[in-house]
Design a protein around this ligand. Structure first.
Ligand code: 5GP
Ligand code: ZN
Length: 112
């Protein structure tokens, strides 16, 4: 995959405020935070969006959830929101799968 912003961030070729990483995942602060805590969690492997996941990625999605919970626990967050925008109309602007972890303020529902 050429010229993917989040592949480059995961590889350390573009700087980011790293939070944590595992063999398969990377997490970093969103550049335009929408809440006091706004962390992005990405697979190091390029997957363009949630709907591109296949049966072989079931474990990866489980790892992402567990990783998000671990980050929240380390940051002493009890209440937080995980968001995935799938496709442009749903708000996706970077086409490398990412989960937003948002916390630190009262969240509105439904989202706009
Ligand atoms: P999406 O709208 O695709 O669900 O979310 C993409 C997110 O990536 C946005 O919240 C945006 O602020 C963030 N973002 C875009 N470019 C960069 C960047 O270069 N560095 C970081 N840390 N975040 C970025
Ligand atoms: Zn990528």
């Amino acid at each position: 995959m050429t010229q993917c912003l989040f592949c480059e961030i995961a590889a350390g070729k573009i700087p980011s405020k790293k939070v944590d990483e595992t063999n398969s995942l990377f997490s970093f602060r969103d550049i335009h935070p929408q809440a006091p805590v706004h962390i992005l969690i990405i697979p190091k492997k390029h997957i363009s969006k949630l709907s591109e996941l296949t049966a072989g990625d079931v474990q990866l999605m489980g790892e992402i959830t567990a990783f998000a919970n671990q980050i929240a626990s380390i940051q002493k967050l009890t209440d937080y929101r995980l968001v995935v925008n799938n496709g442009a109309e749903a708000g996706q602007t970077v086409f490398h799968l990412h989960v937003h972890l948002l916390a630190g303020r009262k969240m509105n529902w439904p989202p706009g």
